[in-house]
Design a protein around this ligand. Structure first.
Ligand SMILES: C[S@@+](CC[C@H](N)C(=O)[O-])C[C@H]1O[C@@H](n2cnc3c(N)ncnc32)[C@H](O)[C@@H]1O
Length: 449
């Protein structure tokens, strides 16, 4: 039996769905805003919750706005664009508060992103083609599907990216470059990835190819693309002929120009390559780096810092001039190689860079009786293992600064640290991913010995 009811949306879930209740059970409803009164059809029943579908808005939340992107309703990228930005920030604070339930801490207000349009500086477009006319399609996948939306205009990324993608759409067929067919694992061009510098607007274009080597026609095509756009400072080919959802393989070949862009963040000049982890919203990331740096310099005098899950050692390199020494550990060898170059480029002497699994590195440091004043942890979404936390704790004299893009795993890890005697001093959210439900947090943790 189909159930339909009228409900008022109360809040947002951590994945950006509206929440209301029916007979005491939670109902998740996509594309709704807290304050909406709406008709909702139950489309799925689980043991403890329902999934509902919005069928009619009876009374709109006062926080609803017209999305600035015409594709918002179909594209999976900016789920919350129909909610005014300041209210998005309030909702994200609530998401963090919900995740931290059980931890005695007041969550700070969310620091807004300095840009809410054109903020995204890493673009990854899957490339397909139409069956009959063989037109090239480039865009994002529809929500929860692999159907592509051919995006001609995306206001959350620098406008020049639209021009480059349009040029690729037009020119690729002239060079007999086919879009990728995922089902048949055929067709040459799988993805176009772009890295754009927020500092100078330079662009690195990566052509991801379903091929073992770079065909001549790709070289000719890349030459034309390189000559056409002054801001494109490099084009690389990434050879990825595996049946995989991973966008980039380890095999990248430079075609024209340079294989990196330069980014300047918190006074340090970075090099970012096709495979380098660097925050997609550099201006918001800079707010985080500056916050952490200001905190450390006002609470510590030239501390010894361990920077783990370091990527290209952004934190370590930025903190070097207020530290006695920095030790940085990251498992991705390309990131560590780039960090070494950045160290040279900026003439930073007091940082040691290690390419290793963090947990193994921590064990070796404990065996050497090493101690750090501060440990910075910035793990991937899955957070840290208990062992890593236990070892990090053993290595840290004063504070752990934990940067996290996933409130759920941050909460789990904080609870573990609290159970080992730590005190949470603060949690400060930063909006890096405007119009999505994602939120970055910086937790300052006092280690009691
Ligand atoms: C969220 S990123 C943070 C990067 C960096 N701190 C930054 O702000 O750009 C997480 C990093 O952890 C690295 N990583 C993941 N698991 C790791 C492990 N077990 N040991 C060392 N590094 C790891 C990833 O390669 C990635 O660079």
């Amino acid at each position: 039996m189909e159930k339909e009811f009228v409900g008022k949306i109360e809040k947002l879930s951590s994945d950006g769905r509206g929440i209301t209740h029916l007979d005491g059970a939670v109902v998740f409803v996509d594309k709704t805003c807290p304050g909406d009164i709406c008709k909702i059809k139950i489309i799925k029943e689980n043991k403890s919750y329902y999934i509902g579908e919005l069928t009619e808005i009876i009374e709109k939340s006062p926080h609803r706005v017209k999305p600035f992107c015409p594709m918002q309703n179909v594209c999976g990228a900016c789920q919350l664009q129909y909610i005014d930005y300041n209210y998005q920030l309030e909702l994200k604070k609530e998401i963090v508060e919900d995740a931290m339930r059980g931890i005695d801490i007041k969550i700070d207000d969310v620091t807004a992103s300095p840009q809410i349009k054109e903020y995204r500086h890493k673009i990854q477009y899957p490339i397909r083609q139409t069956n009959v006319s063989k037109r090239i399609l480039a865009g994002y996948f529809k929500q929860k599907s692999h159907d592509i939306i051919n995006i001609k205009y995306c206001p959350i990324q620098p406008a020049i990216c639209d021009e480059i993608i349009e040029y690729i759409r037009e020119q690729a067929p002239l060079y007999k470059i086919e879009g990728y067919d995922e089902g048949k694992h055929k067709g040459l061009l799988r993805h176009v990835v772009m890295r754009v510098s927020a500092a100078n607007g330079d662009i690195l274009v990566v052509l991801v190819l379903n091929s073992e080597k770079v065909p001549e026609r790709i070289k000719d095509f890349a030459q034309k693309l390189y000559d056409r756009f002054e801001k494109v400072v490099g084009i690389t080919a990434n050879l990825n002929n595996k049946k995989t959802n991973l966008i980039l393989s380890d095999n990248t070949v430079l075609l024209y120009g340079q294989d990196y862009i330069e980014e300047i963040t918190s006074g340090v000049k970075f090099k970012i390559g096709s495979n380098t982890f660097f925050q997609v919203n550099p201006k918001s990331a800079e707010n985080i780096f500056n916050y952490v740096k200001t905190y450390i310099s006002s609470h510590h005098n030239s501390p010894d810092i361990l920077d783990a899950y370091a990527g290209i050692s952004t934190f370590g390199l930025i903190m070097a001039d207020i530290s006695q020494a920095v030790t940085s550990v990251e498992e991705n060898k390309y990131s560590v190689e780039l960090a070494r170059e950045v160290k040279r480029l900026n003439n930073i002497k007091n940082i040691n860079l290690y390419c290793q699994d963090s947990e193994k590195f921590f064990i070796e440091e404990i065996e050497k009786n090493k101690k750090y004043d501060i440990t910075i942890l910035d793990p991937p979404r899955k957070g840290c293992s208990e062992k890593s936390l236990e070892y990090a704790l053993k290595l840290t004299k004063s504070q752990i600064i934990y940067i996290s893009c996933n409130p759920a795993t941050l909460s789990r890890d904080l609870k573990y640290l609290i159970s080992k005697g730590c005190k949470i001093e603060s949690i400060k959210p930063f909006d890096m991913f405007c119009h999505t439900s994602h939120i970055e947090n910086v937790a300052i943790i006092n280690v009691s010995k």
